[in-house]
Write a protein that binds this ligand. Structure first.
Ligand SMILES: Cc1cc2nc3c(=O)[nH]c(=O)nc-3n(C[C@H](O)[C@H](O)[C@H](O)COP(=O)(O)O)c2cc1C
Length: 254
């Protein structure tokens, strides 16, 4: 067991996080991650409505009694989803840990903090990390250019971004992008992070929903959340990038 300020903050055994993943972050995967002693996030916007999110949270509670959280992704969009209503569903469901990602989370951070929710903000640059710290978030998840999802606009790889962020940010910081096994975790800790966040590695587990458009593109895997990663986790993260696959969302994670 590796104890860090991050594991203490969110109350999990291992400094490992399964970040929000559109179409992938559903109850079965999140509960499997939680039962393995790490922190999983249900992806709010995968649920068609805030009421569906409430039901998904309840479903997850039926599968684990360990802590888990919800990811709320706030991206610029011509027709934005009702973020405030999803936020309300999260708060009313009694969720105590949230991962925010995307533009200007202030309004959400203020509301979550008012209700005693721990906020982990995921971003791709030191300036956004510092800005989120000033907004009052509890931890930062810093995503290098290697990450799947939205790699931001600065294109800074983790080997450069993580130590610089660790030097500047005072609250707990976890490293994200391209991590897939224990070697990566040790490297992240050496770079000054207090844990890692993984997406692709978890997408390639048997607990991830096979129906997701991204999961279908991954090599079939019989590996579970608990097993060592093997070839599936080395599958290119770039090919899992929703931006490239769908082009629906803007390429930024402010
Ligand atoms: C299929 C897929 C969908 C994702 N969707 C989201 C999302 O909706 N919101 C978000 O904050 N991050 C999203 N991510 C990013 C992950 O939470 C995580 O930050 C990223 O995958 C880390 O990089 P890695 O895949 O190299 O481990 C997604 C990642 C994947 C693989």
């Amino acid at each position: 067991m590796i104890k860090t300020r991050f594991t203490e903050l969110v109350g999990v055994e291992h400094p490992i996080v399964q970040g929000g993943m559109q179409w992938v972050g559903r109850a079965e995967l999140v509960a499997a991650v939680a039962n393995a002693g790490a922190l999983g996030f249900i992806t709010a916007l995968t649920q068609p409505t805030p009421d569906d999110l409430t039901r998904e949270i309840a479903r997850c509670r039926g599968l684990t009694d360990k802590p888990f959280g919800v990811n709320l992704t706030i991206l610029p969009s011509i027709k934005p989803p009702p973020h405030a209503e999803y936020r309300q569903a999260i708060i009313e469901s009694g969720i105590k840990i949230v991962e925010t990602a995307g533009n200007k989370p202030q309004e959400h951070v203020t509301e979550f903090k008012r209700h005693g929710v721990v906020v982990v903000h995921k971003c791709t640059s030191v300036r956004h990390a510092l800005s989120a710290e000033r907004m009052g978030v509890d931890a930062i998840s810093i995503d290098g250019f290697e990450c799947a999802g939205h790699p931001g606009e600065d294109d800074t790889p983790g080997l450069i971004l993580i130590p610089v962020a660790a030097d500047k940010v005072k609250i707990p910081l976890i490293a994200s992008g391209g991590f897939g096994d224990g070697r990566g975790l040790v490297a992240a800790l050496a770079l000054g992070a207090e844990g890692i966040n993984m997406g692709t590695r978890f997408m390639c587990t048997k607990e991830a929903p096979r129906s997701s458009p991204w999961r279908k593109k991954a090599r079939p895997s019989s590996r579970s959340v608990n097993s060592s990663p093997g070839p599936a986790a080395r599958w290119s993260t770039r090919r899992a990038t929703p931006t490239k696959a769908s082009g629906r969302q803007a390429r930024c994670k402010g």
